[in-house]
Design a protein around this ligand. Structure first.
Ligand code: F6R
Length: 618
């Protein structure tokens, strides 16, 4: 959480930083701030969004300078206000810092610094850190880089930081532990970019270094970057990566919102996920991360899936897939619970972690724990080069392309696609799937993008939009599904609550009788996934139970359905497919529905309140 963007070189830093912050705003949007240096330090910061910062800068503030950095904040310590916004300055006014993360022992450090005469303006842990660096620099009479290093060895927590020293205004010092930092390298080392991800500098360079945990870099104009280990001072030779992302991928491309663009990208995104991996004609699923470790997968006593939020819902779908197709016992865990529960992990367990961002703090910590206990960890991520991708023993990328809307959409369906491929591969290798069944799944998988596209037509959109207009003012909604579509019900409810702020609950349809049925009256919209394959008769009975209590029924049904149509208030049809693949289709109208309701309620679809895209704090 929090976005960092900076520049040092020969161009004007301001436009690069401000544009960079706009691209990183998905990481947090409680406040924004900037430092520029042009013979003197200029700092502007404000509560609110990057657009508020721009407005402030347009009110006569100097935008000159070839060095600087900016920050877009997701508040951890201290409420979102102007004072708590980053950058923060040390007491002398010489050092300036921006920070993404949490310094856990900030309180004891602050008390010690107060004893030594330091004063504090804000409630943040970041202001404590910049003053600690100042104190260390003074005590040790050292340069900024050394002072940062010594100070970081005294703090507990997570950070990505950038620090500037007014007395040495041609360098920036950056460091990371737990939160990402990418460094873009311009031509002939004449300019450098720093950012939480590579999006702020894509138009300037495709060469990037991603700092590893416990590494810091001293970046000077016209010089090589110096990278060191924070704890033992060893010098690191960085690996320069060639970025494959392009600008088009991170822009809205004519859509009103990133979320809508990303919903509509799903046919392509799903194809990109299986491209080069699935060959239905030859009956082959090739995934090097799985192939290279096939014995571990085949001999696993169980698979433990660890993730958060929407990725956890994809994990729940995978539980059905792995148990049904590959007959491997599966447990699905919230990363935050798993890591603190003293879980039983055996060397013969395979841990699969799922994360769009690859930066979720709890998931990352769960990987470290599982590795300590000797388990094999397979990471499924979208963001290439992310921390989780690097921390896992092996893994696979979803290749969904950048997901910028805070509410996850294409990440979910591509994660399920990837997990389906793994389950099919294991099912075949273990002899649990007949050749005919296996081939049928592969053929059907290849049809999924077309079937998703068939749900993204103006006709379906009009139906969903109409339903959205009828139920947009509901205070509560229920989402019900069974089997493979129970996790889809959970995901549908999550989508609605996070972007429209309507309270929604997902339940296994049969569980309704054990409590939630008490909520049903004529004001309760109930979204029911009632596809033909998958406990159809049972779910029809559940729908009857809702009907008997005057609940409003919005059903997602298979094309040609007649039975549910007779009793539901509204139906949305999806193309027929194998039961195991239905989540890839049933999810789509629920995403669209949440989107339209949020737009009708005038909510900020891409940046819902209190949320951030990459949850890098626990
Ligand atoms: C919901 C959503 C979140 C994320 C969760 C995990 O739309 O986006 O629930 O799914 O924060 O994030 P990743 O997948 O990046 O680990």
């Amino acid at each position: 959480m929090c976005g960092i963007a900076g520049y040092i070189g020969y161009r004007d830093a301001y436009p690069i930083i401000i544009k960079g912050l706009q691209r990183l705003e998905y990481r947090g949007y409680d406040s924004a701030g900037i430092l520029l240096y042009n013979n003197d330090v200029i700092i502007s910061k404000t509560k609110g969004k990057v657009s508020d910062l721009e407005e402030l800068m347009n009110s006569g503030v100097s935008k000159e300078g070839n060095i600087g950095f900016g920050h877009t904040r997701w508040a951890t310590h201290g409420i979102p206000n102007d004072i708590n916004s980053h950058p923060h300055t040390s007491n002398s006014g010489n050092l300036v810092i921006i920070h993404n993360g949490i310094i856990e022992n900030y309180d004891s450090i602050k008390k010690e610094l107060i004893k030594r005469g330091y004063t504090f303006q804000s409630d943040t842990d970041t202001e404590v850190l910049v003053n600690l660096i100042e104190e260390v620099k003074k005590e040790n009479k050292c340069k900024l880089g050394k002072a940062v290093q010594i100070a970081l060895n005294q703090v507990i927590g997570a950070y990505a930081i950038a620090v500037f020293d007014k007395t040495k205004p041609n360098e920036l010092v950056v460091a990371r532990l737990g939160s990402p930092i990418a460094i873009g390298i311009g031509k002939e080392n004449k300019e450098f970019f720093i950012a939480s991800d590579a999006s702020p500098f894509l138009e300037y360079t495709k060469n990037a270094i991603y700092l590893e945990d416990e590494e810091m870099a001293i970046i000077r104009e016209n010089k090589d970057i110096e990278i060191r280990k924070i704890n033992d001072d060893s010098i690191i030779t960085p690996e320069i990566q060639q970025l494959k992302m392009n600008l088009e991928q991170i822009e809205k491309g004519g859509y009103d919102h990133f979320m809508l663009k990303e919903i509509y990208e799903q046919p392509h995104a799903i194809t990109d996920t299986y491209r080069g991996r699935l060959n239905a004609n030859s009956g082959i699923i090739r995934m090097s991360g799985v192939d290279d470790n096939i014995d571990k997968f085949l001999n696993a006593d169980r698979i433990i899936i660890v993730a958060c939020g929407t990725s956890w819902h994809a994990g729940l779908v995978a539980e059905y897939l792995f148990e049904d197709l590959a007959r491997v016992p599966v447990e699905v865990e919230y990363a935050s619970e798993f890591r603190y529960r003293n879980p039983i992990i055996n060397p013969n367990d395979v841990i699969i972690t799922i994360s769009q961002s690859g930066e979720t703090a709890d998931t990352l910590a769960a990987i470290k724990l599982a590795k300590e206990k000797g388990a094999f960890v397979f990471g499924i991520c979208n963001v290439v080069g992310s921390s989780i991708a690097r921390e896992a023993h092996a893994g696979a990328y979803t290749h969904a392309g950048p997901e910028i809307g805070v509410a996850s959409t294409k990440a979910f369906t591509t994660q399920i696609t990837l997990l389906t491929l793994i389950a099919l591969k294991l099912g075949k290798a273990k002899g649990n799937l007949s050749t005919a069944k296996y081939h049928n799944y592969l053929q059907e998988m290849e049809q999924i993008p077309k079937k998703v596209a068939a749900l993204l037509t103006p006709e379906t959109d009009a139906i969903v939009k109409y339903i959205a207009s009828v139920y947009k003012d509901a205070s509560n909604c229920l989402y019900l599904g069974r089997g493979y579509n129970f996790p889809v019900a959970l995901e549908g409810a999550l989508k609605l609550k996070e972007i429209s702020y309507i309270h929604a609950e997902g339940y296994p349809a049969a569980e309704m009788k054990h409590g939630p049925i008490a909520l049903i009256d004529e004001n309760m919209p109930v979204f029911v996934i009632a596809t033909k394959k998958g406990h159809y008769e049972k779910i029809v009975s559940n729908i009857q139970e809702i009907k008997a209590r005057s609940g409003k029924i919005i059903a997602i049904v298979t094309e040609g359905d007649t039975e549910v149509k007779k009793i539901a208030d509204h139906v949305i049809e999806i193309p027929e497919t194998e039961e195991a693949l239905t989540p890839l289709l049933t999810t789509i109208p629920l995403q669209l529905l949440s989107y339209h309701i949020a737009v009708m309620l005038n909510k900020n679809v891409d940046q819902p309140r209190n949320l951030a895209k990459a949850v890098t704090v626990e």
